[in-house]
Write a protein that binds this ligand. Structure first.
Ligand SMILES: [Zn+2]
Length: 77
């Protein structure tokens, strides 16, 4: 099982999702899920609309997935 931490782009109409952190865990072991250490705020440029926005921990969302991250993916945090 994979676990993703992400923010959505703040540009109106832009649906780009920026994945910040990926973890892989065993669903049968609840202790195995580790959370990323998210800074209180940071700036990031969207790869789709090229706008730079400031994000905070309040903007962070997460979701579990069966899908592995794309090749070459690196955790931002
Ligand atoms: Zn964008």
């Amino acid at each position: 099982m994979h676990f993703y931490v992400y923010v959505d782009c703040k540009t109106t109409g832009c649906k780009e999702r920026q994945i910040l952190h990926h973890d892989e865990f065993d669903p049968s072991d609840s202790e195995a899920c580790t959370m990323a250490v998210i800074p209180s705020s940071w700036e990031a440029q969207c790869s789709a609309c090229r706008q730079t926005h400031r994000y905070s921990v309040d903007d962070v969302l997460d979701y579990p997935s069966d899908e592995a991250p794309p090749p070459g993916f690196c955790n931002k945090f």
